[in-house]
Every structure is written in structure tokens, then in C-alpha cells.
Design a protein around this ligand. Structure first.
Ligand code: DX5
Ligand code: ZN
Length: 221
């Protein structure tokens, strides 16, 4: 299994955003996690297309756009134009989830679906075979720096079992409260793509990135 780090720029210093993205890029982070919030699906408003488009000019890393937006289908084409490689939408935010997933794939991007902590995995059952990634939220979306919700660990284990049983290759991403202190446990539960905001940005994002990648190396060896 190959493990990937997706630093969330939500926790970056926005006055030095380019510099901080370059730091995690050069340190080897595989994805850049972009949290788009609309003030409706979640309470906060974060950033949107202009920021993503500007960052596209400074890095080739996979742009992993996490849409915390009601009816995100409205923005799939825009995100594609801004350079998104992978778009994750919330099952809770899509009236027509299948349509939105198809829209993403028809745009030539990879498609992920996120589920909030209290949303059962069963909502994904019919569409699981179509997905490139499932995002299991390990906090309630909307803010960085929250505490990992312990019961989500069991959802990660269950999803890993389901994917194995059905011989599906979708990635399992986790997002919220991930740190170098708990990442091993989450990895052992079955996740393979790790979002980390406050644990990466702050003092020396490059060094924090390498710390995560070294942990992954222990399991890849
Ligand atoms: C939460 C966002 C996360 C957030 C993670 O709504 O989706 O990506 O930035 O931040 P940390 O790692 O600090 O919990
Ligand atoms: Zn996120």
C-alpha cells in the first residue's frame, strides 16, 4: 500500500501562501488539499476559484479539492478550469450524487465522496464502484484544528473491509484531527490518504511534512 499526505492549506499562513505550498511540495507531499467552504453546508466561508487558480501556477502536485458546498455540481466545471485533479463532494450536500460524480469524471478528474462522522457508510453502497476515493470525515467539517472523533475509526475499518471484499481500489482519505501522534493508528485502521492542516502548517511545514512521510515509510518498507 502506498500512503499519501494531503496538507490542508486552510491552516497555512495566507500572507505567505505560495511559500508555504512550495515548502510542502518540496518536502514531498503528494497532494495539496483545498478546503472550499460556502457558509451554507458548513458555517465558514474559506476560499474559492481565484486562490486555487493562482496556486496552480506554482505546483504540479495533485489538487485535491474538498467541496464543503451545497449542490457542488454547480462548480465542477469551474474547479476543472482552475486545475483541480480530484474533486470530493459530500454525500449530504448532493441531491443527485450519481449525477455529480459523473460530472466530475466526465471533466477528466478523479471523483471522491465524503461522509460526515454521523453519516453511515451505507449511503455509498450503490456508488462505491464508481469512486476513486472515499473521504471519511474524522471531525465535523467546517473548521481546522478540531479533535479527532474516536468512533470514526470503526468506519475506516469497515470501509477497508468492504473495499477488500468487493475488490475495489478506491482510496480511503481521512480528514480532521490527524497528527503524527495518531496517524499510525488511523493508517492501521485502513486509511491511505491523510489530510493534515494544523499538524503541518505553523512552524516549518516542510519538516512536519517529512515527519509524516517518514512514518508512512515505516509501513511501506
Ligand atoms: C475541516 C477541513 C479540514 C481541515 C483539517 O472541515 O475539511 O481539511 O483543514 O484541519 P486539521 O488537520 O487541523 O484538523
Ligand atoms: Zn478537508
Amino acid at each position: 500500500m502506498h500512503y499519501k499526505l494531503a496538507p490542508s492549506i486552510l491552516a497555512a499562513d495566507f500572507t505567505r501562501l505560495g511559500e508555504q505550498v512550495r515548502a510542502v511540495d518540496e518536502a514531498g507531499a503528494q497532494y495539496i488539499h483545498l478546503d472550499v467552504m460556502d457558509g451554507a453546508f458548513v458555517p465558514s466561508i474559506s476560499f474559492g476559484m481565484p486562490v486555487i487558480k493562482s496556486l496552480r501556477e506554482i505546483t504540479d502536485k495533485v489538487f485535491d479539492v474538498h467541496m464543503m458546498v451545497e449542490e457542488p455540481g454547480r462548480y465542477v466545471e469551474d474547479m476543472c478550469r482552475c486545475g483541480a485533479d480530484l474533486i470530493t463532494v459530500h454525500a449530504e450536500a448532493c441531491t443527485h450524487l450519481d449525477r455529480v460524480v459523473n460530472q466530475i469524471k466526465e471533466g477528466g478528474m478523479r471523483a471522491g465522496v465524503a461522509v460526515n462522522p454521523a453519516t453511515p457508510l451505507s449511503v455509498l453502497d450503490p456508488i462505491l464502484g464508481e469512486l476513486d476515493m472515499v473521504l471519511i470525515m474524522t471531525v465535523n467539517p467546517g473548521f481546522g484544528g478540531q479533535k479527532f472523533i474516536p468512533y470514526t475509526m470503526e468506519k475506516i475499518r469497515s470501509l477497508r473491509r468492504i473495499l477488500t471484499e468487493r475488490e475495489l481500489a478506491a482510496d480511503i482519505q481521512v480528514d480532521g484531527g490527524i497528527s503524527s501522534a495518531n496517524v499510525r493508528e488511523v493508517l492501521e485502521a485502513g486509511a491511505n490518504v491523510f489530510v493534515a492542516g494544523s499538524a503541518v502548517f505553523g512552524e516549518d511545514p516542510g519538516a512536519r511534512t517529512r515527519e509524516f512521510l517518514d512514518i508512512f515509510g515505516e509501513y511501506e518498507a
